[in-house]
Design a protein around this ligand. Structure first.
Ligand SMILES: [Fe+2]
Length: 264
């Protein structure tokens, strides 16, 4: 499964209300198209969030938290932690629907969840309640990739009853906030389509979670400075399995996999 076409649309709200258009989007995503829905979230809200999260990240200790019912919102740093399914380097801020938050994030992203659920063939509000459903929960993750170090190995995400696509909200402008690298998805020729180059702050990008994708190191030549929050931000509007759910497969790190095949 690889990227086929890139489709730009400005009618997120209308598609959401139109079963025929939804069926078309679903079919095209299944076939590999990337959808960029423009200006779904107000860019000023996202810039305010970047500022808020930078302050939290600078002034409290990062700590990891397992995905369990009722668990707290948290932030953590992951610096190529070998315990992760996919090797990555970022500062992550995680929010669950059972906790209240200042920005009312699940209201802000309600239409994005409705779209990803509709595309997956599920009711619009699935996984958004205060208790998990089918061993899964909605989970918003902001990921900040620092210039000089931030990135994520190429991987595939689970494609199952709970998701066909993992929507991402663009929160940084390539060329202004950072210069090189960024999130990409591969086409059949092995070329990288950089999603930050085809979207603006506030746009939502949807593609098939089976397409190999990753985050190429941000501004590789720069020296890392975690506390400057210079680099690339994004928001994942995700649904994740709970820690004890063994029915859904884990994400597959394609770089780790090819390394272990070489060693055999
Ligand atoms: Fe992913």
């Amino acid at each position: 499964m690889f990227v086929r076409n890139i489709i730009h649309r400005a009618d997120h709200a209308q598609v959401l209300e139109n079963p025929d258009l939804l069926a078309e989007v679903r079919q095209n995503i299944e076939a590999g198209d990337i959808y960029v829905f423009e200006r779904v979230i107000e860019p000023s809200s996202l810039l305010a969030l970047r500022n808020y999260l930078s302050q939290i990240g600078s002034n409290s200790l990062p700590n990891y938290q397992k995905i369990e019912p009722g668990c707290p919102n948290f932030h953590r740093i992951n610096v190529w932690d070998p315990r992760s399914y996919v090797q990555a380097c970022f500062h992550q801020f995680v929010f669950f629907p059972w906790n209240q938050d200042i920005f009312n994030l699940f209201e802000l992203t309600k239409d994005v969840y409705a779209m990803r659920n509709s595309i997956t063939g599920l009711p619009k509000e699935k996984f958004l309640g205060p208790t998990p459903e089918d061993g899964c929960t909605a989970r918003i993750a902001f990921q900040f990739y620092p210039s000089g170090l931030g990135g994520m190995n190429k991987h595939r995400d689970p494609y199952d009853h709970h998701q066909l696509t993992v929507p991402t909200v663009t929160m940084s402008q390539k060329g202004t906030d950072f210069t090189s690298g960024g999130a990409y998805a591969e086409n059949a020729a092995g070329e990288r389509i950089y999603t930050d180059e085809i979207s603006d702050i506030g746009d939502v990008v949807y593609f098939n979670s089976q397409i190999p994708h990753g985050v190429e190191t941000i501004d590789q030549e720069q020296k890392v400075d975690w506390l400057s929050f210079r680099g690339r931000w994004m928001m994942l509007v995700a649904v994740n399995k709970l820690v004890d759910n063994s029915q859904i497969a884990d994400a597959v790190d394609l770089e780790k996999l090819s390394l272990s095949n070489q060693q055999k």
